[in-house]
Design a protein around this ligand. Sequence first.
Ligand SMILES: NC(=O)c1ccc[n+]([C@@H]2O[C@H](COP(=O)([O-])OP(=O)(O)OC[C@H]3O[C@@H](n4cnc5c(N)ncnc54)[C@H](OP(=O)(O)O)[C@@H]3O)[C@@H](O)[C@H]2O)c1
Ligand SMILES: CC(C)=CCC[C@@H](C)[C@H]1CC[C@H]2C3=C(CC[C@]12C)[C@@]1(C)CC[C@H](O)C(C)(C)[C@@H]1CC3
Length: 619
Amino acid sequence: MPSRKFAEGEVVRGRWPGSSLYYEVEILSHDSKSQLYTVKYKDGTELELKESDVKPLKSFKQRKSGSTSSSPSRRRGSRSRSRSRSPGRAPKGSRRSASASHQADIKEKEARREILQVKLTPLVLKPFGNSINVYNGEPEHMERNDISHKTKQERIILSPEGSYTATQYSLRPRREEVKVKEVESKEQKLVPRGPAPLETFQVTTPQRKDLEFGGVPGAFLIMLGLPATLFLLLLQCRQKDPSLLTFPPPLPALDQLWETRVCGIYLLWFFVQALFYLLPIGKVVEGTPLVDGRRLKYRLNGFYAFVLTSAAVGASLFWGMELHYVYTHFLQFALAAVLFSVLLSVYLYAHSLKAPRDELSPASSGNAVYDFFIGRELNPRIGAFDLKYFCELRPGLIGWVVVNLVMLLAEMKVQERDVPSLAMVLVNSFQLLYVVDALWNEEALLTTMDIVHDGFGFMLAFGDLVWVPFTYSLQAFYLVSHPHDLSWPFASFIIALKLCGYVIFRCANSQKNAFRKNPSDPKLAHLKTIHTSTGKSLLVSGWWGFVRHPNYLGDLIMALAWSLPCGFNHVLPYFYVIYFTMLLVHREARDEHQCKRKYGLAWEKYCQRVPYRIFPYVY
Ligand SMILES: NC(=O)c1ccc[n+]([C@@H]2O[C@H](COP(=O)([O-])OP(=O)(O)OC[C@H]3O[C@@H](n4cnc5c(N)ncnc54)[C@H](OP(=O)(O)O)[C@@H]3O)[C@@H](O)[C@H]2O)c1
Ligand SMILES: CC(C)=CCC[C@@H](C)[C@H]1CC[C@H]2C3=C(CC[C@]12C)[C@@]1(C)CC[C@H](O)C(C)(C)[C@@H]1CC3
């Protein structure tokens, strides 16, 4: 049996996770299997530390300065929060001996590189001088989001008790703690940022036991069901009578579906988009903190990729390229995309087998089938090329706009029209606006659950590369062979509906993004907030006081406006609204689950205050 250095009850120094600072701790126990010591800090925090993070007292020189804090939290409370990434780092200007400071600097660098193998003790809601309400970040009352309130919040956080509780609370495994920060700008804002997120350390990625999407059988069925649904929709859409009650035509034989040229074009499309992604244009930002405190860098050039793609497509049309080929070979393109996404998923799964445990997605389970579906690795990269981030916005989303354009041209050709129909123009422009909006606000993608929580596996590979371009364009595909004359009054109503949905969607998303970026933003001063012990607050008035997911509501209103131009003869063009309602209801439940875990009682208070999830007075 391996020997242990320290005995139970011994008083030693233990490293504070993620920092180079050591505090006095008492050894409570030792686990011979994991070789971890359970230690207790003076302020009561219990952690498990590996042996190399525990040092005998005598190996530390006593500091001369009288400002020593024996509690990580107290020290933390007095540090400059905007600068330090280490919870225990001393404030700028605090005196340390040259050697201690040198040693600390080296350790700090090490800490950034290595992953601390510290397991965090689950949060124990012990009363600690304060009431459990305060401990758990429960707001004593609702606050207005004004500056005086910010100062108050600041004080609460910085008080020893406040910082202690917040610190301990934030030690819960969380990835969602977010601050997307521009890398290139080194300037620090002088405006108080409100309760900036406290550092969090999730040292090992816990694998989930409570699986989503119906667990392993659910994931398996979805993987079979999605491609089947896709081909069913496309086949049915080409039918003269696209009623869902009529039997779908048989799938063409594989040798008819397989077209090498189509596969070549599809690959060309994918790699040209990859090339655009690699162009050194657009600012570079940092994503949300990872398990080890690192933040990955992302280049925001999706909008440039879109402009370049538009120029390339425009030029090829000018030189007489026949986009009609895409329409006549739509099923073949869909098959190429399906095969590509399956191969990519296999590659991603194989890639993840080499990934360290802490780089796995918190959604992964350890079950091969489920992990193949949800994605095992969180951020698979080839060098600096982030596969998930790239696929989420570029080939599929921009591809969707190109497919819509193909359908618009096909409509003119098939129906021998000089100009596209009003219905087709509306569908094209509405969806174009949606894609341009997503690319323009690309940075917001970095805080979505797809990037922060879900791995990159079949679900997103298929969703991004196949589902989005081939099913989201169904209305335009439908209109090619099922013309629908729209009256101007009805078209005006649809435009108004779309604009209404867009305003809700954009304002809600922008309000939250602005608040997360700078909670003290004077433009948001009129909003009420609930304080949570993670340091972040929740908006309870404005859009986020209307329903708990106003952005989903706006998105769904827009979805309806995309389908209405197709008329009411068939359900098929409404597939997107139906599927999307199911997706967002499920997504809302997933997000709710995660927020409950993150914010505890504060989230429950928010739910009481804002009882409806998506649809006011309905759901
Ligand atoms: N077209 C499509 O197929 C499709 C699919 C999915 C999503 N979308 C759209 O994508 C956009 C992003 O959606 P999303 O699902 O990633 O989630 P989201 O609604 O943008 O974000 C949810 C997160 O917002 C924060 N939050 C929740 N309530 C809050 C409050 N009251 N105050 C402040 N922050 C609050 C929480 O995170 P933190 O507290 O950690 O910040 C929560 O986890 C939406 O507009 C959605 O409609 C479109
Ligand atoms: C059908 C199933 C089970 C899975 C596929 C889901 C997949 C199609 C979506 C999951 C996350 C979605 C998403 C967008 C598009 C659809 C998904 C990839 C998004 C890119 C649409 C535009 C938005 O503005 C957005 C916020 C950038 C979206 C991000 C999430």
